[in-house]
Design a binder for this molecule. Structure first.
Ligand SMILES: O=P(O)(O)O[C@H]1O[C@H](CO)[C@@H](O)[C@H]1O
Length: 288
């Protein structure tokens, strides 16, 4: 018997209905925590948390730095749901499973999604600790023939051929940059995120190639969630924390590693948390 190829509308609905029956929270914003950025979830007030393993149809988190908890609560006065840990293609999940929560959030009434990630800096002007607002992406896994929208199109979620040129909401990008300015941050950047399959970090030639293609940062997540979120009409904000500089030089002795990524996340956690809270304070969903 071959592996299940997708999931039915009823299965997404079953999970959404289950969650709605277990919590009084009615989130309008979803937050996905990148590697080492799970602290964002702790900011939620009046919180109620579920372990992924207790939620019907939910995959399990297997990566260090991704706790595997879904937290409901309020942040800066906005009802939110926060994924403390996301799913990655390299964990062995098909892309419809990697992105499963996004459609569940949509069915629960979520209107906007904030996707955070840890990423390697390809842009030579970027430093570790910089915060990059994602303005666009390059979906390398998509180029390689894997897309979460493959197969039967469920019209109740969105169209067969969704656009992606406007995926990252312009107003929310401006609002985040303004929030950074208000907080006095001088490390805010804007750029293009390139999503790869992982789990190995990139070769030097690959980093040079991706940079030449126009990518400013590289990671192993986010783009699939964006594709599914854009398909079902969510407004999207993407934020990359630059946790390491991609190795671009054959004389370098440095090699990327996950421990360093997690440490950089820890070091910048407070900045990211303040930034997201300030952004949410300023966010008016009727105006973005
Ligand atoms: O994208 P997030 O989930 O932040 O994680 C990033 O960090 C891990 C590598 O250290 C990879 O999973 C990469 O994608």
């Amino acid at each position: 018997m071959s592996e299940k190829e997708s999931c039915t509308y009823e299965e997404y609905k079953q999970t959404s209905d289950w969650l709605l029956s277990k919590t009084k929270h009615r989130p309008i914003v979803a937050i996905v925590c990148g590697s080492g950025l799970g602290g964002l979830g702790e900011l939620l007030k009046d919180q109620q948390a579920f372990n992924y393993c207790d939620i019907p149809n939910f995959p399990k988190s297997t990566v260090p730095g991704h706790a595997g908890r879904l937290i409901f609560g309020n942040l800066s006065g906005k009802p939110c749901v926060c994924m403390q840990g996301r799913f990655h293609f390299y964990e062995g999940y098909p892309l419809w499973k990697v992105t499963f929560p996004v459609r569940v959030f949509h069915l629960m009434g979520v209107e906007a999604i904030i996707l955070t990630n840890a990423a390697g800096g390809l842009n030579q002007e970027f430093s570790v600790g910089d915060i990059m607002v994602i303005k666009d992406h390059i979906n390398m896994v998509g180029f390689a023939g894997q897309n979460p929208l493959f197969g039967h199109n469920e019209d109740r979620f969105g169209p067969r051929f969704p656009p992606m040129s406007d995926a990252y909401n312009k107003n929310m990008r401006s609002l985040l940059l303004a929030a950074g300015k208000e907080l006095g941050y001088n490390n805010m950047r804007e750029g293009v995120y390139c999503g790869l399959g992982g789990p190995n970090f990139e070769t030097i030639a690959e980093c040079r190639f991706l940079n030449k293609l126009g990518a400013d940062a590289v990671g192993m997540s986010t783009v699939h969630e964006v594709v599914v979120a854009r398909h079902c009409g969510l407004r999207i904000l993407g934020i990359s924390l630059i946790t390491n500089k991609a190795v671009m030089d054959y004389d370098s002795n440095f090699t990327a590693n996950h421990e360093e990524v997690l440490q950089a996340g820890k070091d910048s956690a407070k900045y990211m948390e303040k930034l997201v809270s300030t952004f949410l304070q300023r966010l008016d969903l009727n105006k973005v």
